[in-house]
Design a protein around this ligand. Sequence first.
Ligand code: SF4
Length: 322
Amino acid sequence: MKNLKFNTLYIELTHACNQHCKHCYLDCSINKEVMPMSLEQIKKVFLNFKEQGGRKVILTGGEPFVRKDIFDILDYLEELHLFFDLASNSLAMNQNRLKRLSRYKYFSSYFTSILGATKEKHKYIANQDSFNKVLNAIKFFNDREISTYVQVTLAEDYLKDIDDILRMLIQYDKCIIKFTPIASMGIKKEYDERLIVPRKQYSNFLYKIKDLQKKYPNRIDNCNLVDYKDLKTIVEDYQNEELWSLCYGFVVVRPNGDLSFSTGLGDPYTWGQAFENLYIPVDDKLKEYIIKLKRADYKLLEVSKKEILEYDVELEKEVSKQ
Ligand code: SF4
């Protein structure tokens, strides 16, 4: 029986976070366990990944910098010659940490986030004063020719901020921008519904982003919304692949080491613990999962004839319904 091969490992190092964003889809907070996997377990995950031919690690959280051993983790990736992207809300960034990060040869890109066009608006959503630190980090890396990827997540009241935020970021030529509306709330039990962008606004949002993509080629990433044409392209891309969307070799490791193919927490499928082994056999369980993914994509393709969808979230819901 053959095993799946992975090119990209997405690892959530913790669900603890020094911010407590109103929209956080994982409901991360400082009260969560800071180091659910030990350093030794994380090293074992990377070693397993390297041994099966992996190339790229994306480190995220929660907030990776709440872990005291974050630089030990990065040192080990460097030792293994594994390229890595690192996501941080930037609150814990200071000059020393920025310099230390910029010295890693295998550090590919710094992911961070902006939640409004001013520091007051950003703070209202993040519950922390991180706005200037975010901008400082973007400038610091840009000056050193290191790429950044800025997720701009906007509540309904902040949609009008798109142009101001774009003006702020477009000057940094190594910066890729992803605009996303707050479209749903993940696993949060209590949240402010006024933050959520109503479905009737998806169309304006999506086509505004598509216009910006034409105006600024290679600088604006796709948003999380899709129309029929987008989804048709996605499905056509997968349809000759035996592994459907898994053909891209992307795997997720949860803070406790569980392996998954989805970054949301609603996906009922997990595949053992990544520090024990990173082998996922192409067996009946995996085939069943692929069939569900395929069915879910075709179902959403039908739905997208009538409405614009928040693709990742709807896909996960559809897979768990089947
Ligand atoms: S910074 Fe990210 S992980 Fe932390 S609370 Fe905000 S959205 Fe959640």
